[in-house]
Design a protein around this ligand. Structure first.
Ligand code: ADP
Ligand code: ZN
Ligand code: ZN
Length: 739
């Protein structure tokens, strides 16, 4: 190969394309895709760094006009080269700039500080430690109580786990060390902490169903090098045990593993299970770590110091030398989709990385995404089911309260009569309850209180949103209509918009049940560090009878004495202007329902809704995933929404409203031209859900088609069109596929 396509490391949209350079003789066999090079750039031939993203023997222009690259960093590791290859794929699939894609997969290089590992060791003998613990309890020094409890159990713990997961500040730890309770050991070598014997081999023996999954995957490890699997099983059915067994198998073959977990579920308990099984060969990254700290963890992975990396989305790019398996737990979670360019989805990128590096991908969920199930139905991945809870617990009894039959003039609007009865009952028995309000749907959609009708866009089948102007608007296509006086279905005058928040719920609860002790958990009450943990532990230790909250409260946490879960307005997520509204609702309701009756006490769940017949509500109440999938997939197929079809969003933003509108119209005209007679639909431009942020206006266009390839090609042509026209230079344009 004589020529290299090089992306230069300069942040300017116009430069985000490969430039071709001649490879000097001496480097001809040495350069690879992913190599880092120095090239002369621009008129002054100033030296800049670049990444090789392609090699060829064909010149793109007259050979004498092609400059020669000057230097190459030949020690780019294999891991970096492979990740650069992944960035090329990401750039092409999601339409970001190449630099954005590279910065996503390769962490910013930082001067690595002398790597030091701190381990906390219990210094006091156990009796003395227990006495100290009692003393701290009496003094209500909660942080010290947590440290002592954990250390009495474990003898020693990594510093990060204590500071990050037990939320103890360095100041407290230093004070405890000074007092002689604990010792802080600093080492540069990652020594194996002395785990208690029984825990170090903490594997449970798998039940038949679990073992069958492990056998089936491990039995064909070599044959299905990049096998894809989905483990469908409710929380508590033993998925994590299966993941750990698969990872142990990979590790025994000197392969490494990445485990993706939604940040919110990355709890101390989960971490400790991995830690017990794999000792200090496990590392964690999360969003509160600095870039330098994350970089360190990636270095450890590259150097072979660890076998397992656990973390949210970005852990996917851990540079392991022989990646064997990627696990994505709770694969349906929205947090696996990146909110900024490149707007990638971790599931898709994991599949691609698995294909490129011969690694298996294992997804797990109680309510798999439509994408995963659809891939299973098409034979692109193997579905396994775990349909018993590993520890026998009965499923809660779920019922639905029809809000349309509530008195319309009542001042009590958030708690229906059936719910109030159950609350009384629950409080009477001294049990606990959770009241859950999904605030995601805060945007004001309009519904009729008599018949439950929701006013929808005639073109998009998503709910319209009431604006301050008094008009209803569609955020997909821009359709607008005046707010009607009466329900178009039944003529009732009782139309209302939902703007209920958790505070209103708290007010109503304290008014109706003045004797009950109430805790509220939402974004407002959890801004302070540790606030979330404090609320949850207060509730766990029965300092309150009722926990009111947003979706934060439905994930992960186990409260054995909760026997009632009230879902106040299932409609809030059902009517968000998003084609995934039903799927989100089904997932949330199923998850919330799973909160009740975690112990021997039987639980009950009440779903309040204006749409009691909606299949998402019905299927969630019956915990019937298959039926939900059937109905939802029928809708997606008919409307050509993903995964049956493909949807590309083109997000445009600009400080000048007029200019933005003109630019968006030009995009539409261009798209109409290139998509003529392809059957693809062009929707918009319309204002984004939030039309202006920080004085920057935002609009969006959507393309919808049965063919993903068609839309990808359209996007490529659109990118070239945008690049070639000055008029777009002040408009920021981002693409989003199947968002
Ligand atoms: P999931 O990941 O599906 O939520 P877990 O793997 O966390 O399920 O299992 C739930 C609980 O059941 C855990 O406490 C786990 O230790 C326990 N468990 C799982 N499998 C078994 C088993 N085969 N024998 C005994 N306990 C098990
Ligand atoms: Zn009506
Ligand atoms: Zn519309």
């Amino acid at each position: 190969m004589i020529y290299a396509d090089v992306i230069v490391n300069i942040t300017a949209h116009a430069l985000d394309r490969p430039f071709q350079y001649r490879i000097p003789e001496a480097l001809r066999d040495k350069l690879e895709v992913g190599s880092v090079v120095t090239v002369p750039f621009g008129n002054g031939n100033r030296p800049v760094t670049g990444y090789v993203i392609g090699l060829s023997d064909q010149p793109a222009l007259e050979p004498e006009r092609i400059k020669e690259l000057s230097e190459a960093v030949l020690d780019a590791s294999d891991e970096e080269k492979r990740l650069t290859g992944l960035a090329v794929w990401i750039r092409d699939r999601y339409g970001s700039t190449m630099l954005q894609a590279l910065h996503t997969v390769l962490p910013v290089k930082r001067k690595v500080q002398a790597q030091e590992k701190k381990v906390l060791v219990l210094k006091l003998p156990e009796d003395a430690a227990r006495q100290e613990l009692e003393l701290m309890r009496r003094k209500h020094l909660e942080a010290r109580v947590r440290v002592l409890e954990a250390l009495i159990e474990e003898q020693s713990l990594p510093w990060e786990i204590v500071t990050e997961k037990l939320h103890v500040t360095p100041a407290v730890l230093n004070a405890m060390a000074k007092k002689g309770c604990i010792r802080i050991e600093r080492t540069r070598v990652y020594r194996k902490p002395p785990l208690p014997e029984a825990l170090a081999h903490g594997a449970v023996s798998l039940n038949e169903q679990q073992q069958a999954i492990v056998d089936s995957i491990c039995g064909r490890w070599e044959e299905d090098l990049c096998g894809r699997y989905l483990i469908q099983g409710v929380t508590g059915s033993g998925k994590t045990e299966v993941y750990m067994e698969l990872i142990a198998h990979a590790v025994s073959r000197s392969e490494q593993a990445i485990v993706l977990i939604p940040e919110i579920a990355l709890t101390y308990q989960t971490l400790m299970r991995f830690y017990h099984r794999f000792g200090d060969r496990v590392s964690v990254i999360h969003s509160r770590m600095s870039e330098g700290e994350r970089f360190d963890q990636f270095e450890r992975a590259k150097n072979g110091d660890i076998d397992v990396m656990i973390g949210p989305r970005s852990a996917l790019f851990t540079p392991f030398p022989h990646l064997g398996i990627i696990v994505i737990d709770e694969e349906h979670e929205e947090s696996y989709r990146s909110g900024q360019s490149p707007r990638y989805h971790a599931r898709e990128v994991a599949f691609q990385r698995g294909r490129m590096e011969n690694a298996k991908v294992v997804l797990g969920s109680a309510t798999p995404s439509l994408e995963a199930s659809w891939a299973g139905r098409r034979g692109e991945l193997t579905i396994f089911k775990l349909n018993q809870r590993a520890r026998a617990v009965s499923l809660p009894e779920v019922s639905i309260a029809d809000l349309r039959t509530e008195p319309r003039d009542s001042t009590t609007t958030l708690l229906s009569r059936p719910l109030r009865e159950r609350m009384e009952d629950c409080l009477g028995k001294g049990d606990q309850m959770m009241l859950f309000l999904n605030r995601r749907g805060y945007a004001g959609f309009v519904t009729c209180r008599s018949c439950g009708h929701v006013i929808k866009c005639p073109h998009c089948d998503v709910s319209l949103t009431l604006h301050a102007s008094g008009r209803l608007a569609c955020h997909y296509c821009g359709y607008e209509t005046p707010m009607p006086d009466r329900c178009p279905e039944c003529g009732s005058i009782y139309l209302r918009t939902f703007r209920a928040g958790t505070e209103q719920v708290e007010e109503e609860v304290t008014r109706l049940f003045p004797q009950a002790r109430v805790l509220r958990m939402d974004r407002d009450t959890t801004t302070a560090k540790d606030a979330q943990l404090k609320i949850l532990s207060a509730f766990a230790s029965h300092e309150a009878d009722i926990l009111i909250g947003t979706q934060m409260i439905v994930k992960g946490h186990d409260f054995p004495d909760v026997t009632l879960v009230g879902i106040l307005l299932a409609d809030l997520s059902l009517n968000i202007p998003d084609y995934r509204a039903a799927e989100r609702t089904f997932q949330l309701l199923t998850q919330a329902a799973g909160r009740a009756g975690r112990s021997s006490k039987s639980g009950c769940v009440l779903i309040q809704t204006y749409a009691p017949d909606h299949y998402a509500v019905q299927c969630a109440a019956r915990q019937d995933y298959e039926e939900f999938y059937r109905q939802e997939m029928a809708f997606r197929s008919m409307a050509l929404y993903p995964p049956a079809g493909s949807l590309v969003a083109i997000h445009c933003s600009c400080a000048d409203r007029q200019h933005l509108e003109t630019a968006a119209q030009y995009l539409r005209l261009f798209l109409e031209k290139i998509l003529k007679r392809t059957g693809a639909a062009i929707l918009g431009p319309a204002d984004e859900n939030v039309a202006k942020i920080n004085d920057i206006w935002r609009m969006v266009l959507y393309l919808r088609s049965g063919s993903e390839e068609l839309l990808r090609e359209a996007r490529r042509r659109l990118e070239r069109y945008i690049e070639a026209n000055e008029g777009f230079s002040s408009v920021e344009i981002q693409f989003d596929i199947n968002q």
